[in-house]
Design a protein around this ligand. Structure first.
Ligand SMILES: [Zn+2]
Ligand SMILES: [Zn+2]
Length: 151
């Protein structure tokens, strides 16, 4: 699945923030909206740059703090993909990342794809798995085609 099928009721962030005693400040709302709208993995710097393009003055320290709050509330998740930490809207269910080393895009594989491996670890290695993280590096389909056509 390509990342891009993330529909998200905007009200969720507001109510999650309110019930946990955080205020949905304008800055937090802007950071949340940026992640929701782009439907991709964004680094803090990319979020800052996107806000700047919209002529929203949010300094980087505030971007980092907002990301921290949103993550603590379980609204977003972060993954280290390659060199940097990337953020995305948290979706129910586990997923893992396929990172293209050529263009840097990150696609998802569903949690079920890894379920047999985790079952094997539980049964075969008598290890009680609580969580798993997997990043597979390689070349995406587009880059494979590009690389194949370069002489
Ligand atoms: Zn690629
Ligand atoms: Zn992801």
């Amino acid at each position: 699945m390509l990342i891009g099928e993330m529909g998200e009721p905007a009200a969720r962030a507001g109510s999650a923030l309110r019930t946990s005693g955080y205020r949905l400040t304008r800055q937090r709302q802007l950071v949340w909206d940026t992640l929701r709208r782009t439907r991709r993995h964004l680094s803090a710097e990319q979020i800052g740059a996107a806000l700047k393009r919209q002529e929203q003055a949010v300094d980087m320290a505030t971007v980092y703090r907002s990301l921290d709050v949103l993550q603590r509330l379980g609204l977003i998740r972060s993954s280290r993909l390659g060199e940097r930490q990337y953020f995305e809207v948290a979706e129910p269910g586990e997923h893992y990342h396929l990172v293209c080393d050529n263009c840097g895009t990150a696609n998802h594989i569903e949690g079920e794809d890894l379920a047999p491996v985790l079952r094997h670890i539980t049964d075969g290695h008598r290890f009680a798995v609580r969580s798993a993280d997997l990043i597979v590096h390689g070349w995406c389909e587009k880059c494979q085609a590009k690389l194949a056509s370069t002489p």
